[in-house]
Design a protein around this ligand. Structure first.
Ligand code: GSH
Length: 219
């Protein structure tokens, strides 16, 4: 039995998308971030990252967490790659070379893309995009994204998907990290191949189902 903990306004979107692509049955516990609640310890508070029951699952106090039988994973990109390989058929790697490529794109997503992309998102969300400090942060984050995006753009020239000529876990890992930057058009503007690939990823029914479920969650 698979249980995925974490509301979809979080990195839980990644394994949720993969599980839906793969058509795997799972239980979803939409644990919310404690910092989003006025009083996470109150008896009325929903299941959250500071709830004692959740801390028993993930002592980090972060979402997502994944339980699959006796296995507990607490890193979203590891969950996505694991689930793809374990249950995803062709969504996962067919051989070690493909696995190496999937790991490469997922690590680039986690180490080169996610932090500047999140910085762009949070600068917009905090209403700082028009302040001088906000503009300077966004310029720095856009510049930080330029090298990884140039690398990805070059790879996608002549490749429809990242690995193996088909949609795989690598596409979910990278597309979900890059989604945070999509609200800041200048970051993606020079990279036509990346924008076209993002559109292909996000046209998939499982992505759209994830976004509908995400929108249906309390803000
Ligand atoms: N590296 C972790 C990061 C998890 C993470 O930062 N989760 C955020 C939500 S997306 C969270 O739970 N924040 C609450 C907190 O840190 O207190 C992963 O990718 O799974």
């Amino acid at each position: 039995m698979i249980t995925l903990y974490g509301c979809l306004r979080s990195r839980a979107s990644r394994p949720w998308w993969l599980l839906t692509e793969a058509g795997v049955d799972f239980t979803h516990e939409p644990v919310i971030q404690a910092y989003r609640l006025p009083d996470p310890a109150s008896a009325q508070a929903p299941f959250n990252t500071a709830s004692p029951a959740f801390l028993k699952v993930n002592p980090l106090g972060q979402i997502p967490a994944l339980v699959d039988g006796g296995l507990v994973l607490t890193e979203s990109l590891a969950m996505t790659l694991y689930l793809g390989r374990r249950y995803g058929g062709d969504l996962g790697p067919r051989d070690l070379s493909e696995e190496g490529e999937a790991l490469q794109w997922a690590f680039l997503a986690g180490t080169g893309v996610e932090a500047p992309a999140l910085d762009l998102l949070f600068t917009h969300m905090r209403g700082e995009a028009t302040t001088d400090a906000g503009k300077a942060r966004m310029a720095a984050s856009t510049e930080a994204l330029a090298r990884p995006l140039a690398r990805i753009d070059a790879h996608l020239t002549g490749h429809e998907w990242l690995v193996g000529g088909r949609f795989t876990t690598a596409d979910i890992a990278l597309a979900e990290c890059l989604r945070y930057a999509q609200g800041h058009a200048p970051a993606l503007a020079p990279f036509d191949m990346v924008r076209d690939w993002m559109a292909r990823c996000q046209a998939r029914p499982a992505f759209q189902a994830m976004m509908r479920a995400r929108e249906a969650e309390p803000v």
